[in-house]
Every structure is written in C-alpha cells, then in structure tokens.
Design a protein around this ligand. Structure first.
Ligand code: ADP
Length: 632
C-alpha cells in the first residue's frame, strides 16, 4: 500500500525541475540578447575610434603631391606617428601608383618604396571608395579590422580621377573580443551560481509544499491501518493548511464512525453469542463468514474449521441440495446429526437471503433451532395415542369374540358360559384399570393431581404397607379352597417378604395415598415376575439427606437393553406375558411421575435371570438432636 515513490517521480523533484528549467530558459534568452548587443556595441565603438584625423588627411594629400619623395616620405612618417591610433593599428600610406609611401609599423619600414600587393588597396585607388572589412587571420587566431580610406585632391572638381593615394589601416580586434569573452565568462559564472541558488531555493520551496502533503499521506496510511491517534501538523493558513485541517477532521469523523460500527458489531456479536439458536451467515458463494457459538456447539466444530467452508458441506446436505436450491426455494429443513455420545440431534434450519435493495443477493443466513426435544415429544405423543388405541383394541376384540360365542348359543352351556363371562369381566376390569391409570397419568402430566403432603414416619408407613401384603397372602391362603373352586385356577402364588429395615424413625414429607400406590406397584410387580415361593427383600436405609427404599425379587430380571425403558408408558419387556398377568404397562410410568412429584427418584438394577431391585429415594432432613431431646 505504502509504495515508495521514486525520487524522479516525486512532486519534490518536479517542482525543483520546473523551477530550474524556467530560470535557465530566462537566463539563456536574456544572456544571448545581452551578449549580442554588447558585442555589436563594442565593435561599433571600436570602428568609430579607428579613423584618421582630417588635418592629417589634408596634410597627406599635400605630401603626396610633393615631387620631392624623400621629404614627402619623411613628412608622412611624422604625420603617421602623430595620429591618435598609431599605437592601436598599423597605418600604411600608398600613393596613386600603388607604391607604399609610409608605414607606422617600425618593423615594416623596408616596405616603403615597394608596390603594395593588396588588391583591396588597388581597388580603392581605382574606384576612390572607402573599404571596410574584417579579416580573420587563421594563423595566429586573431581578428583584424581593415579600413582603406582614399586620399583625394581637395582642389579638383568634377569626375576626374583625383585619387592621390590611400590610407590602409589594419587594427587588431583581439582586445575587443577578449573584453566580450570575459563578460561572457562572468555571465556564465553568474548563471551557474544562479542555477545553484535556484536549486537550493526550489528544494526549500518544494519541501515546504511536499512536507505537509507527506504528513497527510502518512496520516492517511495510519488511518487505513486503523490508527487514528495522529494529527497532521498544520504549517500554515494556505490551501495546504486547510487541507491538513480537513484531513484531521476526517480522521476524527472516521474514528467516530469506526467506533460506532465497532460498537454495533460488538452488540451484534454478543447478541449472536448469547442466542440459543445457531446462526450462520454466508457470502454470495455460500461460504461461511459468520457462525455463532451455539451453531458451533450444534455442529461440534471450532470457528476456524467452519469459516470459509461451504454451508452445504457444513450442514452435510451437499448430496441432496445445491446452493441454487437454498437460494431459490429457501425453506426449512430438518437435519439430523449424530452427536459424539450417539445421541440424535434434530435441528430445524431456516434459510433466508441477504438481499440488497437492488435485489442483488449477497449471502444467506441460516438459523438453526434445536427441535430434538420437540420432535421427541411429538413422536412420543403419536406413539402414546397409537399405544392407547392398540391396548384398548386387544381386550375389546377378545370381548367381542367371547360375547359373539355366547350370543351364538354358548350362553345355554352351563360349563362354558360362566367361564366366558368371567373372562369378559376380567377384560373389562383390565380396561377400567387401564383407563384409570391413564387418567391418573394425565392428571400427573397436567399437574392437576394435587399432592397432599404430610410428614410421615416412613419406617412405620413402609412396614404398614408390607404388612398388608403379608395379610393378603394369609387371607388368600385361608380362602384357597373356595377360590380354587370358583376360578378353577391354580393356587395363588406364594412368596416371603424379608424386611431389612432400620429401627430409626425417619420423618419424611409425602402424599400417603400416592406413595402407597408406588410401593404397591413395585411390590405387585415383584410378586408378579417372581417364581412361586420366591423371597422378596424390602430394605429401608438413610443417608445424610435421603431415605432409600428398595424392593428386591428373585424373578426373571430385566434384560439390559430394556432397563432404561421400563418406566416408559406401555413399555413391557414381554408384552404377552404382562398382558396375561393383567398388567397395563403403565404402573411404573405412574410410579415414576409420583416419585418425581414428591421430589425423589426411582430407578432399577437388575440381572437377567436372577432378579431385580427397584429403588426409591426421597429427600430427607435429619432432625436436630435438640428436637429429639424435646420429644423425649
Ligand atoms: P405392567 O403392568 O406390565 O407390569 P409396569 O409399568 O408395572 O407394567 O412394568 C413395566 C414392565 O417392566 C413390565 O411389563 C415388566 O416387563 C417389567 N418389570 C417390572 N417390574 C419387574 C420385575 N420386578 N421383574 C422383572 N420385570 C419387571
């Protein structure tokens, strides 16, 4: 994100470059113009200086007309020395015939009297025109200014050739050019210094511009990282200063917005975390982006294993559905999961779309609701209804067949009729018992069966119930003859009750009638499922906060697989056997409801073929020793 900007791409460099280029262009234009002007002026002034005074020209004209050559030459030499430019230039005087008559150069005196070879001089002698020109001497690298002035006879008129000779001036211009060059040098040095200074100034200025920009850039980078603590330093009141203020304000605003959305997110997180429903949100492609704790618990997963996984895979429905199914016909699904402890978990999954205003689908929300209990209840209810119908149909069908047979004439048979009538009475009794049991259960279920709680000495009460069973055995035996005769049945089953009961009084709060019903039930079962002459052991003991009653028989026991179900409604290990013995399959279910309503617990321990022990525990509070003293 924070890509390093190369120096040559930076604003810093660009500003400096523009600055320097502008300065260079300006300096170059001014310099070129200035140098050109200076050169022209210097040359012009040099040229104007190179001239021969008029009186010397007049005198020369006179001397050239003098026939006495020697005198004339001597005069000419003096005149040339007198000239103001004798020191700066070579002056040569040539007569009309082209013969050199005088030379200011001391070293060229032997030229005098010789013919001039210069064609320009000849041209001037011929035309009488002044010549001006520059000659560059390549040999010694110097520039010369040449001027040839004709000397005319002042006294003649008309067009006749009155040229008496010519003055040939040759002036070295090196001093002029040296002068110009030194000015150019100064100019160059000044330009270089100016360039350096401008580089420095431009660096300073561009730094002044780029420093606040850089500071703002750093702030923007920090903000992007989520650090809003910094503030951009404000360097001035200019546009950059205002921008810096705006960036600082922006930073505060973004931080506030960020905090608000963070708080919102935390709220949402905590709502999601504390929901009892599982919530999963996916992106457009159906991959999980949010999953709450409950959903993780349902699916027995960790967050990191769930995030990014397809919702179809997560819910293990990839075989039956694709994402399109979920998006198009979002509906409820019932999903069954096996948990680690081999328990079934039934979840209802409600799917809904996350849709933008434009209709664009940006994801899917799945709410998982645990309906295991609900499903179980519903199933139990259905089973219960079907069980009730079945349980009632069996005695009714048998009743009908007996009545039909009686109706078909059997009622006249003195042998069969009483026997059949006895069976119909038994079946009717059983149905009445079952209906009574069902009513009792439904009252317990609805909570309409009120518990009449009394504090009872359970020790005495248990003994009293057991006494009744002993009595029953006695009276049965006394009437055996009669009973045998009436029912033409085998003798009543024999049993012995052995009591292992504590001597202490144990005061417990119970509903006597209901509790008696429970003990009766268990005792009746013990007798029912015991072999003839079996021993039934009744025990009562106390722990520090419970009393525990147990009834052990020597009967056929309960297979391990059924042991958890014997308290279920209508559950019998051996249906046919139970029914034959007049059982409804509701006795233990009612017992369980009652014991639980009394705040206790009921359970069974059994070894198949050896016998079973049913336990009832009830909450018990030991009396203080003080209270015992009071009673004594
Ligand atoms: P039932 O009317 O059939 O006895 P219960 O609810 O009292 O109904 O008992 C449920 C089932 O539990 C019985 O059908 C029987 O299979 C089993 N059972 C109850 N008590 C004993 C016991 N003492 N020994 C063996 N099996 C028993």
């Amino acid at each position: 994100m924070n890509k390093k900007i190369k120096f040559f791409q930076s604003i810093h460099f660009k500003i400096a470059l523009v600055f320097i280029l502008l300065l260079m262009i300006t300096v170059e234009i001014i310099g070129a113009y200035f140098v050109k002007q200076l050169e022209q002026q210097n040359i012009d002034s040099f040229k104007s200086r190179i001239t021969i005074e008029n009186y010397i020209q007049d005198q020369l004209s006179t001397d050239l007309q003098n026939s006495d050559t020697d005198t004339a030459n001597a005069n000419i030499r003096d005149l040339l020395n007198e000239s103001s430019i004798a020191n700066t230039a070579d002056i040569q005087v040539v007569d009309a015939k082209g013969t050199v008559r005088g030379d200011s150069n001391v070293n060229a005196q032997n030229n005098i009297g010789q013919k001039s070879s210069n064609s320009r001089v000849k041209n001037t002698l011929y035309t009488g025109q002044t010549y001006e020109g520059f000659i560059y001497d390549g040999d010694n690298g110097s520039s010369n200014y040449t001027k040839i002035i004709p000397i005319k006879n002042a006294n003649t008129t008309g067009d006749e050739n009155n040229v008496l000779g010519a003055i040939y001036i040759r002036a070295n211009m090196d001093s002029v050019y040296d002068n110009i060059n030194s000015i150019i040098r100064i100019f160059l040095i000044a330009t270089i210094i100016a360039a350096f200074l401008s580089i420095l100034i431009s660096i300073v200025i561009s730094r002044a511009i780029t420093r606040p920009i850089d500071a703002m850039k750093q702030q923007a980078i920090r903000m992007a990282r989520g650090d809003y603590s910094g503030q951009v330093k404000i360097y001035g009141q200019d546009e950059l200063g205002q921008l810096a203020v705006a960036v600082n304000n922006l930073s505060v605003r973004v931080e506030e917005a960020q905090e608000a959305s963070e708080a919102e997110r935390r709220r949402l997180d905590s709502v999601l975390a504390h929901m009892t429903d599982g919530v999963i949100a996916t992106d457009r492609r159906g991959n999980v982006i949010i999953i709450n704790q409950t959903a993780l618990e349902f699916l027995t997963m960790k967050t990191e294993d769930a995030i990014g996984v397809s919702i179809l895979r997560l819910l293990k429905i990839e075989k039956d559905y694709n994402l399109r199914d979920l998006l198009e016909n979002q509906k409820e699904l019932l999903l069954t999961f096996e948990t680690e402890e081999h328990h079934k978990l039934i979840l209802r999954a409600d799917f809904s779309l996350i849709q933008r205003e434009t209709g664009f689908i940006s994801g899917l929300v799945v709410v998982l609701h645990d309906v295991t209990e609900q499903q179980k209840n519903e199933r139990e209810q259905r089973e219960f209804v079907s069980n009730v119908s079945h349980e009632l149909r069996t005695p009714l069908t048998s009743l009908r067949s007996y009545i039909e047979t009686l109706n078909d004439g059997a009622w006249k048979d003195p042998e069969i009729a009483p026997q059949f009538l006895k069976v119909t009475q038994e079946e009717t009794d059983r149905m009445i018992r079952m209906i009574n049991d069902l009513l009792a259960l439904s009252r317990l279920d609805l909570g309409t069966s009120k518990m009449e709680m009394e504090t009872v000495d359970i020790n005495e009460f248990f003994n009293y119930i057991l006494d009744r069973f002993d009595m029953m055995l006695k009276t049965d035996n006394e009437h055996t003859g009669e009973t045998q005769h009436m029912h033409q049945n085998k003798p009543k089953k024999q049993y012995t009750i052995r009591r292992e009961i504590t001597k202490r009084d144990l005061w417990v709060e119970i509903d006597q009638d209901k509790f008696m019903q429970v003990v009766d039930n268990i005792m009746n079962n013990a007798i029912k499922y015991s072999p003839d002459g079996g021993v039934i052991t009744a025990r009562l003991l106390e722990t520090h906060n419970h009393v525990i009653l147990s009834i052990t028989d020597q009967g056929l026991g309960i297979p391990q697989k059924d042991i958890n179900h014997v308290f279920d409604r209508f559950y019998r290990v051996d249906k046919a056997r139970s029914r034959k013995q007049g059982g409804t399959g509701l006795g233990l279910a009612i017992s369980k409801e009652i014991v639980e309503a009394l705040g206790g617990q009921i359970w069974v321990d059994s070894q198949e073929g050896k016998g079973s022990t049913f336990y009832i525990s009830l909450p018990y509070e030991q009396m203080d020793s003080e209270d015992e003293w009071d009673e004594v």
